[in-house]
Write a protein that binds this ligand. Structure first.
Ligand SMILES: [Zn+2]
Length: 299
């Protein structure tokens, strides 16, 4: 009954692995690289510097071929006309990526949503490794990009030190995996693609394909990939601490009009500590809002 329940929950989950292949919690033998220096641009900003992305223009939706450079940069006032109060808000202290950094699928700040497919759609990330943490899924779906895996290891260790057991439920998912996953959801919803689209990304539109996103569970399996995960010790610990390790809750409850997905308290995305903390300080709930990109409620 436990297993049945778990399988059912997974089958109903948004991030949608059709069915978990492994229930047992195992620890990966392979160790991820310990060094992680997120290649964050401009770790420090000199006083008075105005971050260039402040001039970014919203990207047209679905323009994978659009060259970011064609968006004529607006003039940057070099001779600072006194202070620029608006640019001096807390977010100005955090590096914001250039357009290429949220279009390039290998960038830690890439934004993938229903209007921003991966480019190419069958993108395969390099440097996937198996994080050395408790797993509830087998390779290759437990793999993560190296910097993400290292951050996951630190995060799981910190949670354990606070008495909270976490498990990795789903990591990397290939384009073909997502083809199957989405088809599963359409079938589960009697062919209703609108219903499927609320809970599962179409192939080529999933963050899991970047190796930067993962689904977290509580080690006892409570509320795995279910809305009640938000109320578990694991869910609450993640909500309060994930940003310290460079992760954001990618699909917050109540943000469906922006993200296109109903809330997923278990889906976290690595963006690096600087961006994760800046978003929290700014009160930005989504990457779209933080980067000034259009909302993506639908395809
Ligand atoms: Zn997910």
């Amino acid at each position: 009954m436990w297993v049945t329940t778990a399988v059912l929950l997974v089958a109903l989950s948004g991030c949608g692995t059709p069915a978990p292949t492994v229930e047992a919690t195992t620890t990966a033998a392979q160790t991820a690289p310990a060094t992680t220096a997120p290649p964050s641009p401009a770790a420090t900003l000199t006083p008075g510097t105005i971050p260039a992305p402040a001039q970014r223009a919203p990207e047209p939706a679905d323009s994978p071929a659009a060259a970011p450079s064609t968006a004529a940069p607006q003039a940057v006032p070099t001779a600072s006309p006194t202070a620029v109060p608006s640019a001096a808000r807390s977010s100005a202290a955090a590096p914001r990526p250039e357009p290429a950094e949220y279009s390039d699928p290998s960038s830690l700040t890439v934004v993938v949503n229903k209007r921003r497919p991966l480019n190419p759609v069958d993108y395969f990330p390099s440097g996937l490794v198996l994080p050395s943490v408790p797993l509830a899924v087998q390779e290759p779906n437990a793999l993560l990009r190296g910097e993400t895996a290292a951050a996951v290891e630190d995060l799981f260790e910190a949670a354990a030190n606070d008495g909270v057991g976490l498990t990795l439920v789903s990591g990397y998912r290939s384009y073909q995996d997502q083809v199957s996953t989405y088809a599963h959801w359409v079938a589960q919803n009697g062919g209703n693609t609108d219903a499927a689209d609320r809970i599962s990304a179409r192939a080529g539109f999933s963050e899991h394909q970047t190796g930067l996103a993962f689904d977290v569970g509580q080690s006892d399996g409570a509320c795995t990939l279910a809305p009640c995960f938000a109320d578990t010790a694991a869910g609450q610990w993640m909500a309060a601490n994930a940003h310290r390790f460079g992760f954001i809750l990618r699909y917050p409850a109540g943000a469906e009009a922006v993200t296109g997905f109903s809330g997923e308290a278990w889906h976290y995305r690595y963006v690096g500590v600087d961006v994760a903390e800046a978003m929290r300080n700014d009160g930005a709930a989504t990457l779209e809002e933080y980067f000034g990109l259009p909302a993506a409620p639908g395809y």
